[in-house]
Design a binder for this molecule. Structure first.
Ligand code: PMP
Length: 422
């Protein structure tokens, strides 16, 4: 078209014309501008930056921050296996045997026996045919959604779905629509209205929502997916190790047939105490991803010392269900005690993730800082991560937290909230 013929690089275009600085400087980038505004706002309110706190050792129920041992509610070491000597030993032995990198994509020369062992363990834990392990949980969702779907397809997702699934859906070029949080009836309306305008339709929900600590009504989502002939994906990043009597996740919690979910996704970075993500499902799905998902194919294989701890944790979990029971009991205790002190815990069901909603970002940031002064570490979740009116402190529980940790924390928090409200 005429416009593009006169565009940059067209014959006769003036290539010496200066380009505005806002297109050449990183400090003019909208992201940097936003960061500068956030910092200025925080400074005016006398708030310290709550991000990038340095933990100087193992982050468990307690953690060393600024040389002080703190009670820690900001790490998803749900079953306390990160730092367990048996898990650390597995990592050390794997590194000694295989070296610290597999030095290639698995498709070429990066394949090691431990990859298959881990994937088989994941598949049999889920009771499905196969599984594939990616080097990052985020990349797992980006690559899986990004590859499986295309412009004639539709992604329907819970409005609170994790960024990685959103980015994957955007990358795929599929049409994307969200339904209200944990609302199967809203999904049903969208399916009734739109299912037949598209080829493949994927519904994405999470097993335990990481900001709110609530779960979907999975049997109802399964019923809808069957009726409308669409795929269902469940991101179990936070529910695996947490939900179900022995920590096997939502399928155990709801006693469903695991093959009723088409795509089980999870991460190694939480309960499994490593790093990476997995997709578990039928052979055709997993084989397709192994050969074509860009974040798998074009990325290095998982280092053995990262695969080994997750494999070890799967073995230990099957022998130590008492850890799951302890996590569930201490999480319920936290929820009850927070509610008893009049705190707003939203829709949390008291399973490893409990928010205390305080309703303003400056207040959440202030409370987080004041708690740290008292050697209690909890992350504030601020706008735009959540709407401003639901800014919160988000507590991650671990089976290693004690009632004393919780009593002390909630008493101090209650006083701080009362002081702040004057
Ligand atoms: N899915 C969910 C629901 C998550 O919360 C996260 C991050 N915590 C991811 C995927 C990405 O996983 P990872 O941090 O292991 O890359």
């Amino acid at each position: 078209r005429a416009a593009s013929a006169q565009g940059p690089g067209a014959p006769g275009a003036d290539t010496t014309r200066p380009v505005p600085e806002r297109f050449t400087r990183f400090d003019a980038h909208p992201g940097y501008q936003q960061l500068a505004m956030m910092r200025q706002g925080a400074e005016q309110l006398g708030l310290k930056d709550p991000f990038f706190k340095v933990h100087e050792g193992l982050a468990g129920a307690t953690s060393m921050i600024n040389g002080r041992q703190c009670i820690n509610f900001a790490s998803y070491n749900y079953l306390g296996y990160s730092g367990d000597p048996r898990v650390v030993q597995a990592a050390c032995e794997a590194a000694a045997h295989y070296g610290t990198s597999v030095s290639a994509s698995r498709v070429v020369s990066g394949e090691r026996p431990i990859h298959g062992e881990l994937e088989q363990a994941i598949a049999s834990t889920y009771g499905v045919e196969d599984a594939v392990a990616f080097v990052s949980g985020h990349a797992t969702n980006v690559s899986t959604l990004g590859y499986l779907l295309g412009p004639k397809d539709l992604v329907l997702h819970d409005e609170y779905i994790h960024n990685s699934s959103l980015v994957g859906a955007q990358l795929s070029g599929a049409k994307r629509m969200s339904f209200s949080h944990n609302d199967p009836a809203a999904l049903e309306t969208l399916l009734d209205r739109h299912r037949h305008q598209f080829e493949r339709v994927l519904v994405v929900v999470e097993g335990l929502y990481s900001m709110d600590g609530d779960i979907p009504d999975l049997p109802r989502f399964i019923e809808l997916k069957q009726r409308h002939q669409v795929w269902l994906m469940v991101d179990e990043a936070h529910s695996f190790g947490v939900m179900g009597e022995t920590g096997l996740g939502l399928r155990e919690h709801f006693a469903i047939d695991p093959t009723d979910v088409d795509i089980w996704m999870g991460t190694m970075s939480k309960t499994l105490s490593g790093c990476g993500g997995y997709i578990a499902g039928n052979k055709a799905l997993v084989e397709t991803l192994r050969y074509f998902a860009p974040g798998f194919l074009y990325s290095v294989g998982m280092p053995a010392q990262v695969a080994a701890p997750s494999l070890k944790v799967l073995e230990l979990m099957s022998k130590e269900p008492e850890r799951v029971a302890k996590l569930q009991a201490i999480s319920r205790y936290f929820l009850e005690q927070a509610q008893a002190r009049g705190m707003d815990t939203g829709h949390s069901i008291g399973s490893a993730v409990v928010p205390v909603i305080v309703g303003s970002s400056p207040l959440a940031a202030h409370l987080s800082h004041a708690l740290l002064e008292k050697q209690i570490n909890v992350q504030p979740i601020l706008y735009p991560a959540v709407p401003e009116k639901s800014a919160r402190l988000r507590f991650f529980l671990s089976c290693e937290h004690t009632q004393a940790h919780i009593d002390q924390t909630l008493d101090i928090l209650a006083t701080l909230i009362a002081d702040a409200k004057g």
